[in-house]
Design a protein around this ligand. Structure first.
Ligand code: BG6
Length: 284
């Protein structure tokens, strides 16, 4: 399946295994534990030492080829939402190749996954995941075709929270919303709170958003780079009930804060060039 032998991986603190039948790599280093599946190049968990998992995973998630995993960090690529079919692109339901594994000088761990063998309209994708004092992801898209391509994408991170009614997102202003959403309530002085279904595609200049999880007494910093768009999503009551792979009450313990390039923030990539979308997630 990959060029590394089991002892070579184990020496790096990387243990191949399976979760509900899908392959996963379990990583442990001095900073954190994490679990990443080559199916979707999907980060399933990131738990800094002595802390609880920063990521959320649904009890009802599919773990089945052809269906997306609900939780962790789905990679939406090469389009976001309904800009194509299947929704959120092909990357989250494709088996990626784990091409590089290494321990960095600071003892953090890097895995690099690629979709190179499955160029999509001439675009290839590579995802670098670094597990250290922060969890960093860099999604690089290269255009190998002879014409320009338009890309939309997201690192669709599901964060674990204690109680959504006590959560606020800091760093977003009502002005960051498109005209059609300007009247969305629940914004107070740079704080977005949750009282209803929230599905906001925003364009904040601010590159750092903070999830203030008062119920858990913790704050999570979400940094973005190469990202014009931030998406904040909580399905609330009716939509949770309507989704077969999402528990009726699970909306209470999750929130998505996504580094993206979507809607008015899509990226044009000329032939031969590349674009990288990054996010960095850490506890404050
Ligand atoms: C969010 C979108 O990013 O993803 C929402 O803004 C969407 O509109 C959500 O419902 C989940 O999508 P899916 O395909 O994983 O159910």
């Amino acid at each position: 399946m990959n060029k590394y032998t089991l002892p070579a991986l184990e020496k790096m603190g990387i243990r191949p295994g399976a979760r509900h039948g899908l392959p996963v790599y379990h990583i442990e280093n001095p900073y954190a534990e994490a679990e990443i599946s080559p199916y979707g190049a999907h980060v399933l968990s990131y738990t800094p030492k002595g802390e609880k998992d920063l990521l959320w995973l649904s009890e009802k998630s599919w773990f089945e080829e052809g269906k997306p995993i609900r939780g962790g960090i789905p990679v939406c690529w090469p389009w976001f939402s309904d800009a194509g079919t299947p929704k959120h692109g092909i990357a989250r339901i494709a088996m990626w190749e784990m091409e590089t594994a290494r321990v960095e000088a600071d003892m953090s761990t890097t895995l690099i996954f690629s979709l190179d063998r499955q160029a999509f309209c001439g675009l290839t994708a590579r995802l670098l995941v670094n597990v250290g004092p922060a969890l960093s992801l860099a999604l690089r898209t290269k255009n190998h075709s002879t014409s320009s391509r338009t890309l939309s994408e997201a690192l669709h991170t599901y964060f674990a929270v204690k109680d959504i009614t006590k959560v606020s997102i800091l760093g977003l202003e009502q002005d960051d919303l498109p005209e059609s959403e300007k009247l969305f309530p629940n914004f107070r002085k740079g704080r977005l709170t949750f009282r209803q279904e929230t599905d906001l595609v925003c364009y904040p200049d601010e590159k750092t958003l903070v999830i203030d999880d008062q119920g858990a007494g913790r704050k999570i910093r979400v940094e973005r780079a190469g990202s014009a768009t931030a998406v904040v999503w909580n399905p609330w009551i009716a939509k949770s009930k309507a989704m077969p792979d999402f528990g009726d009450d699970e909306y209470k313990t999750m929130v998505c804060v996504e580094a993206a390039n979507a809607r008015d923030g899509v990226v044009g990539i000329i032939p031969g060039s590349a674009h990288t979308l990054r996010t960095r997630i850490s506890l404050i």
